[in-house]
Design a binder for this molecule. Structure first.
Ligand SMILES: [Zn+2]
Length: 351
């Protein structure tokens, strides 16, 4: 089968023919139809994750995976209802099933987690085996290139906004900031509307082209922050919403300057959920965090339940997409474009 693999950190992916991976008895073999390209693919290539998880190459890259069930494992229970030809999405965090995080459904933060696309099997390949319990059947009318990014770009901000909602940070009298309108932020704006309980939604980014996407997806206001101080941005925010501070922030960037801006704008008792990973270190003043009783939420990817909820929204036609369809042969050139931030929406490889 065709596969795009990382053989050496810092080098391009090698597009090659390799054997179809073996199928364990509790797995289904998925024939990949589409796989989204994520900024974390670039970071994987660049070695960003190595201090945290030094994965040994060769790595089959690609973790936003959708396709059809090609073969069913020998002990996959009949009650799971899988049939060959079913359209599926792959829930990404494959836990050990035994720890307390797995027991409550958060398999993606299991200490023994495995992720497709960060090891031997991944989505930039024609086939991959997936533990059957991490496959979700989807409506066959949905398009593969739209389903693929929902497993990460379209799930990660969903979980983050659920955390803000569950913390009581959202409601009709609150202002929610969406930071970044790239692959994740376009979805974040829509979830801000769907889950925000009537909160005013303001999108922040450095590109008017990306902010236009936020407006199209229902942001009440957009602010271009390029070259502006936090005081300038606060003033624009006040003109737009009549308050200069944000009650909640979903940060889809995670760059040091955006985080510094975010905390400068965060209100008393504000909640900050970060799902972006552009930076690695931040320097922010401590006293206001304590004296203003602010809360920081780390929110990582999402679990089976999050993805099931998103599939329901997709089946109801409630999610819109900005997709750039690419071919297998165009993977490396698009990794370069993504590295410099030159992709609007999500690049999705289609077989
Ligand atoms: Zn576990």
């Amino acid at each position: 089968m065709k596969a795009a693999r990382l053989h050496e950190y810092g080098k391009q992916l090698v597009l090659e023919d390799i054997p179809v991976p073996d199928l364990a008895p509790d797995e289904n073999l998925v024939q990949v139809k589409a796989c989204g390209m994520c900024r974390s693919d670039v970071q994987l290539v660049d070695g960003y994750f190595r201090p945290y998880a030094d994965i040994k190459p060769p790595i089959t890259v690609g973790h936003e995976i959708t396709g059809v069930v090609h073969k069913i494992g020998s002990i996959v229970p009949k009650s799971s209802g899988f049939q060959e030809g079913d359209h599926v999405v792959v829930a990404p965090g494959w836990g050990d099933g035994t720890c307390r995080h797995c027991q409550v459904g958060n398999t993606h933060i299991c200490p023994n987690v495995r992720w497709p696309g960060f090891g031997p099997v991944g989505g930039f390949a024609e086939f991959l085996p997936v533990p059957a319990r991490y496959l979700i059947k989807v409506d066959s009318r949905l398009q593969f290139e739209q389903l693929a990014p929902l497993t990460d770009a379209g799930m990660t901000p969903y979980r983050g906004i659920k955390k803000l909602r569950d913390a009581g940070a959202l409601g009709p009298d609150r202002v929610l900031g969406v930071f970044g309108v790239g692959g994740l932020g376009g979805y974040a704006v829509q979830y801000a509307r769907l889950l925000g309980g009537g909160a005013t939604v303001v999108a922040f980014a450095r590109s008017d082209e990306k902010l236009a996407v936020a407006t199209a997806y229902g942001a009440d206001h957009v602010i271009n922050v390029k070259g502006k101080s936090s005081a300038d941005v606060g003033e624009e925010l006040k003109k737009a919403t009549s308050q200069a501070q944000l009650d909640a922030i979903i940060d889809c960037v995670g760059a040091p300057e955006m985080i510094q801006l975010g905390f400068a704008l965060l209100s008393i008792s504000g909640h900050y959920a970060d799902v972006g990973l552009v930076g690695d270190r931040i320097d922010i003043p401590l006293f206001p965090r304590v004296s203003r009783e602010q809360t920081f939420h780390g929110s990582f990817w999402g679990n089976y339940t999050d993805l099931s909820e998103i599939m329901a929204l997709a089946a109801h036609g409630k999610i819109r997409h900005t997709i750039k369809a690419i071919t297998f042969d165009q993977l490396n050139e698009n990794i370069e474009l993504l590295r410099v931030g030159n992709i609007v929406g999500r690049a999705v490889m289609k077989f």
